[in-house]
Design a protein around this ligand. Structure first.
Ligand code: HEC
Ligand code: HEC
Length: 198
């Protein structure tokens, strides 16, 4: 059988896209970032509720998170540990620069205005200290909460409270205080607040 050149090219390209770093050294930041787009959206603004947006997150948080995914003792994940292993530190640095410069498009999701209003107050009291500017800031190595998918944040909070993912000690204190004062309803209100942020 004679394979036509174009078809062969497509097969080779497909192989590269799956194996990630087999083109090591020649890929641009955009080429690399495009290998994440199927799940994290074009330019890092996710359109799938279970997948976080990456656009606008700080380079530090990005590189620390990817390193933690690579570490068998590191951050819990369903799939990212397997994916992170396919990229060199150099490639991760390139992507960190790329994603930190993108503008996050807030997730288009339904939220309850009343709950969001109650959540705004709780945010100031329990979370603003580290998730500054209403959760918009990417300065504190903590990811962006404002405009993030509520479903992803809910899964993530469950991972934190179940102990699957390590929660920063001081954050844990605040989360426990919130739980004591408001029960589970408080966290739901917070999620609606972040989900309401445009
Ligand atoms: C198959 C879907 C999929 C692909 C492809 C994918 N991701 Fe992910 N990513 C996820 C999911 C789901 C999560 C949530 C953690 C988990 O369960 O794995 C996540 C979480 C992350 C996070 C944590 C974000 C935060 O706010 O803490 C980073 C960083 C990340 N991915 C980077 C990348 C990069 C870089 C690529 C491309 C090289 C990539 N991902 C490719 C699905 C994917
Ligand atoms: C003392 C600082 C601090 C406080 C207070 C705090 N956080 Fe965090 N938060 C962090 C840090 C640091 C991380 C990143 C942890 C990591 O790298 O795994 C984080 C991560 C998160 C994440 C996961 C983000 C992602 O993209 O995966 C969520 C959700 C979150 N915090 C919600 C909250 C909520 C809700 C509150 C208030 C009840 C709160 N945090 C209070 C420091 C804090």
């Amino acid at each position: 059988m004679k394979l036509n050149k174009k078809v062969l090219g497509l097969i080779v390209l497909g192989g590269l896209a799956v194996s990630g770093n087999s083109w090591s050294g020649t890929a641009s930041a955009l080429d690399l970032a495009n290998t994440c787009a199927g799940c994290h959206g074009v330019d890092g603004s996710s359109v799938g509720p279970a997948t976080p947006s990456l656009a606008g997150i700080s380079s530090e948080y990005f590189t620390e998170t990817m390193a933690s995914y690579k570490d068998p003792e590191g951050r819990y994940s369903t799939i990212m540990s397997r994916i992170a292993k396919g990229y060199t530190d150099e490639e991760i640095n390139l992507m960190a620069g790329y994603f930190s410069k993108q503008k996050m498009i807030p997730a288009a999701q339904d939220f309850d205005a009343k709950q969001a209003k109650a959540g705004a107050k709780l945010h100031k009291k329990y979370c603003e200290k580290c998730h500054e500017d209403g959760g918009r800031s990417s300065e504190d190595d903590a990811g962006i909460l404002a405009g993030q998918w509520m479903e992803y944040m809910q899964f993530t909070m469950d991972d934190f409270t179940n102990g699957r993912r390590d929660m920063p000690k001081k954050m844990k204190k605040k989360v426990q205080k919130l739980e004591k004062a408001k029960g589970a309803a408080g966290m739901t209100q917070l999620m609606h607040f972040y989900g309401s942020q445009k």
